[in-house]
Ligand binder design. Structure first.
Ligand SMILES: [Zn+2]
Length: 215
């Protein structure tokens, strides 16, 4: 089970099971091993930003992303201004997450934006029934959810895995992920489909090369 860190706290997420059936052929990807990078993955094609495919094309689709993210329930419906805010934070997190890949220094504007959202709503932990764990509230406002995403980004960028932010090795997959493996040699965001597809391609290539040698 994923564990989100926010404001220095370890938070048990709500169930990640979808609460509604998919309404689109594509689905949001949650293979990044970090809340803030799952947020980034809502635009397909980070390697070609700003030419990626925007998935948050309506307030309803942003609501759906929050709905599927495992975060608490949104307290209100969203509007186009919320979508613009979420896109702005997402792109700032993307740029800060890819400083090394892009060979660019951190932008003060991007840092200010992440800090702006992380400060919007101070996180108030809830003590669970066993009194040994804390959890997120059941319902949060949009700004509080954005604050959780921003806090997760701060936690990632300043934590022990900040040098383990990687692009998936699959040419077809644009996802950024955090390699939390012990060896730090993970190449794909997920074994399925990305690692499996790469292994299949390598196998077919070896087969075709050995067939060529045999003829
Ligand atoms: Zn991948």
């Amino acid at each position: 089970m994923r564990v989100y860190r926010a404001a220095g706290a370890v938070l048990e997420p709500r169930s990640t099971a979808p609460r509604t059936a998919p309404t689109h052929q594509w689905t949001f990807k949650f293979r990044s091993n970090a809340l803030c990078l799952n947020f980034v993955a809502s635009m397909a094609g980070p390697r070609s930003r700003p030419h990626g495919v925007e998935r948050w094309t309506s307030p309803a689709l942003l609501e759906e992303w929050f709905h599927r993210s495992g975060l608490p329930i949104l307290s209100t419906s969203l509007n186009s201004g919320d979508v613009a805010d979420a896109r702005e934070l997402r792109e700032a997190i993307f740029r800060l997450a890819t400083l090394e890949q892009r060979g660019a220094p951190a932008s003060a504007c991007d840092i200010d934006l992440v800090n702006h959202w992380s400060r919007r709503q101070p996180y108030v932990p809830i003590l669970d029934a066993g009194a040994r764990h804390q959890r997120l509230p059941e319902v949060l406002e949009f700004a509080e959810l954005m604050a959780l995403v921003a806090a997760d980004a701060i936690d990632l960028f300043t934590g022990e895995f900040n040098h383990r932010i990687k692009e998936c090795a699959s040419e077809k997959c644009p996802i950024l992920f955090v390699d939390r493996s012990r060896a730090g040699n993970r190449r794909w965001c997920s074994e399925r489909p990305c690692g499996f597809q790469a292994s299949s391609r390598a196998y077919r290539l070896r087969r075709s090369e050995s067939d060529d040698e045999a003829t």
